[in-house]
Design a protein around this ligand. Structure first.
Ligand code: ZN
Length: 257
């Protein structure tokens, strides 16, 4: 089996477009559509025919180009069941734990509410690729708009419990450099984080994307996943507190940063 390919490209001001391609079957899958034109340009340049569009959540900067891309490609659109009830382009709705097949690729939906109530993370289990939308970012996590911190922490835990460390992770936005600066205020003595922050500065100085990341790298350096770390708890004055409360404090500090 030839290895699964992917393309990541800029959309809008700081969103990512992502396309996953299976060379053997020709199956091509878009995840979220901030705008249609960059997707159509990549499909055209690669000579790929879009088969499926997967949606993570209902925000306009993830579905703004959906109607146009669907119309121009005829691809099947799959999204959270809750979003399907609002967005007529979504043909098939999924709930937590459901899986679909895009050609031969098995893709699992993990419900990850908190940023929004409908949010799902898409996991290409055999290819070892996931798209976490606006739930997990490189060194960050999404703002909690529709859910509450407990819900968001449960979703991040769901991701950590499910995805192996070598999973390649895409997400909705290039926020990593600002996230790194904030992460260092929460976890300043973490050598892995310090090294990663330096690398991120180099990448951004060259205008290079900092994504995709991996589950293992996030586990080691993302403070929003490290509520159980005694050093972080101590720094926040929350030694032995409930992990959701530690997470809520980190999220609050980021919101006010
Ligand atoms: Zn969003």
């Amino acid at each position: 089996m030839t290895q699964t390919q992917y393309r990541q490209f800029a959309c809008l001001s700081d969103n990512f477009g992502v396309i996953v391609h299976d060379p053997d079957s020709g199956t091509t899958v878009a995840i979220d559509v901030p705008e249609a034109a960059p997707y159509l340009a990549v499909l055209n340049a690669e000579g790929w025919t879009l088969s499926d569009i997967l949606i993570t959540h209902h925000h306009w900067d993830h579905v703004g180009g959906l109607a146009e891309l669907q119309k121009k490609t005829g691809a099947r659109v799959v999204g959270p069941e809750r979003t399907r009830q609002k967005l007529s382009e979504i043909e098939l709705g999924v709930e937590d734990g459901d899986h679909i097949f895009c050609g031969p690729m098995k893709v699992k939906a993990l419900a990850t509410p908190g940023h929004t109530l409908d949010h799902v993370t898409w996991w290409f289990e055999d290819a070892g690729i996931a798209h976490t939308g606006d739930t997990l970012f490189a060194l960050g996590c999404g703002r909690v708009f529709e859910g509450d911190p407990e819900m968001m922490w449960a979703s991040l835990t769901h991701i950590m419990d499910t995805l192996p460390d070598d999973t390649v992770i895409f997400c909705g936005h290039e926020y990593t450099q600002a996230n790194a600066r904030f992460a260092l205020t929460i976890d300043p003595d973490n050598a892995d984080l310090q090294a990663r922050a330096r690398k991120i500065d180099e990448l951004r100085a060259n205008g290079t994307a900092t994504l995709p990341t991996t589950m293992g790298l996030e586990r080691a350096t993302n403070p929003f996943l490290r509520a159980d770390d005694p050093t972080i708890q101590k720094r926040l004055g929350l030694e032995g507190a409930a992990l959701a409360d530690v997470f809520a404090e980190i999220r609050k500090r980021k919101d006010n940063a």
